[in-house]
Design a protein around this ligand. Structure first.
Ligand code: AMP
Length: 255
């Protein structure tokens, strides 16, 4: 597996044949690896980017505490047969210091966008930069971040980007919680409670209001529970049980 850091290096390395691209922020788990496996099933080569993108973090503490496990990530990627890892620096990806950005004005203003000002500008901008650097045939995104998936798909169409955006289902832990790099920050008491977050969101016999009330009674702070795009989507902050950190969790299910 080859690790590279700049688009110039990539131009020399890029193999012939179809390329599938999986953008990530590292701290990889089986959800990410499922995307890489799908990329390798549909394309001859796979490239994964590992970059914790500062411009998409509206909360500096969330950025500072974001887990970083680069060596482990590379080992896991090698095991599933990924050929290439792109690990750029801020200077490489943002020669403009983020003066140029992609802003969407509808889908990005609700739900996640309403609660995380600037988040989707950062996401769309970095994804477009990565797409331009990699020049892949297809890029694979998880339904776990459903609003992000919709926005990236729409952006590629709107800007006539040749990379095809492909949706992959959410991979869950046995107790139903969606795999997430942020789950690593939960202590055992919070991790146990998080099961009820996943179960409550998925319990469609409850209205969104009733689910919000149940989650609030369990101690979560609810950003939103809402139905849109044929899905039920939600975001909560965990309570700081046993002095644990407040961790923001998002998830969605098909209705
Ligand atoms: P992240 O590293 O969290 O930015 O995620 C990188 C990609 O992996 C995004 O397309 C996510 O939607 C996807 N992803 C993260 N967690 C999961 C999961 N549990 N199942 C499927 N895809 C996921």
């Amino acid at each position: 597996m080859t690790i590279f850091h700049t688009p110039t290096e990539w131009r020399a390395l890029r193999p012939s044949g179809t390329l599938g691209f999986v953008p990530t922020m590292g701290a990889l788990h089986d959800g990410h690896l499922a995307l890489v496996k799908t990329a390798l099933a549909q394309c001859e080569h796979a490239a994964v980017s590992i970059y914790v993108n500062p411009t998409q973090f509206n909360n500096p503490e969330d950025f500072a505490k974001y887990p970083s496990t680069f060596e482990d990530d590379c080992r896991l990627l090698e095991e599933v047969g990924c050929g290439f890892v792109f690990a750029p620096t801020y200077e490489t990806l943002y020669p403009d210091s983020y003066r140029y950005r992609v802003t969407e004005t509808e889908t990005s203003t609700v739900l996640e966008g309403a609660h995380r000002p600037g988040h989707f500008d950062g996401v769309l901008t970095v994804v477009l930069k990565l797409f331009n650097c990699l020049q892949a045939d297809a890029a694979f995104f998880g339904e776990k971040d459903y609003q992000q998936l919709l926005l990236v798909k729409e952006m590629a169409e709107a800007l006539h980007h040749p990379t095809k955006v492909i949706a992959c289902p959410t991979v869950r832990e046995p107790d139903g919680i969606a795999m997430s790099s942020r789950n690593r920050r939960l202590n055992p008491a919070q991790r146990a409670l998080a099961t009820q977050w996943a179960q409550t969101l998925a319990n469609t016999t409850l209205s969104c209001d009733a689910a919000t009330q149940d989650l609030t009674e369990l101690g979560f702070t609810v950003d939103y529970i809402a139905e849109r795009w044929g899905r039920r989507l939600g975001a909560v902050h965990t309570p700081p049980l046993d002095n644990g950190p407040v961790v923001r969790l998002i998830d969605n299910i098909a209705l």
